[in-house]
Design a protein around this ligand. Structure first.
Ligand code: GDP
Ligand code: MG
Length: 159
């Protein structure tokens, strides 16, 4: 089923200059970028985006991390894209993220926010985890007027 998902290249990805490497993976996989923008979010916006984690012990570290610099936000579209992108991203903890995943290939780096209780796991990227989250997150980040429908070459091979 054709779906859409929200992806954020988090501040560590932007500040390390690896936006292009990450986006290339999605393009190579045949996923379509239907919206994108750079945004430096504030604490209020972080609380909305991460509403499900507000009560968690790691939330304050997560908020510091996600507001530490701009993020590159995008909406990706494709067949079963929510699950496909989660697989490409890899598991939350970079140590256990498999080689070949984005976190497994780029996030094995010790950062000042990593591995302390109240700080956050710097793992480069956010991707919606299910269809409800995807639709809520896309509405939070993007105005429908800034999302585009277009055909990529190769789309004629898809059902
Ligand atoms: P994700 O969906 O794989 O990004 O993981 P979650 O939704 O569970 O958590 C959101 C983000 O919070 C993660 O990507 C990490 O940056 C951070 N995080 C998650 N779990 C922990 C944790 O146990 N400790 C710390 N310090 N940060 C965490
Ligand atoms: Mg999550």
């Amino acid at each position: 089923m054709i779906e859409q998902t929200l992806v954020l290249i988090k501040p560590d990805g932007v500040l390390r200059g690896i936006i292009g490497n990450i986006i290339t993976r999605f393009e190579n996989a045949g996923l379509k970028i239907v919206a994108s923008k750079m945004q430096w979010i504030d604490k209020d916006f972080s609380k909305k985006h991460y509403s499900e984690h507000l009560e968690k012990a790691f939330y304050s570290g997560l908020e510091t991390y996600i507001t530490a610099g701009p993020v590159m936000a995008m909406v990706l579209e494709g067949n079963d894209v929510i699950e496909v992108v989660r697989k490409m991203v890899g598991s939350t903890e970079p140590k256990t993220a498999l080689p070949g995943t984005i976190r497994g290939d780029y996030a094995h780096i010790s950062t000042k926010h990593a591995n302390e209780n109240k700080k956050s796991v710097c793992n480069l990227i956010h991707a919606s985890s299910n269809i409800q989250d995807a639709s809520r997150e896309i509405m939070l980040w993007f105005d429908p007027r800034d999302m585009y429908t277009y055909k990529r070459s190769g789309d004629e091979w898809m059902e």
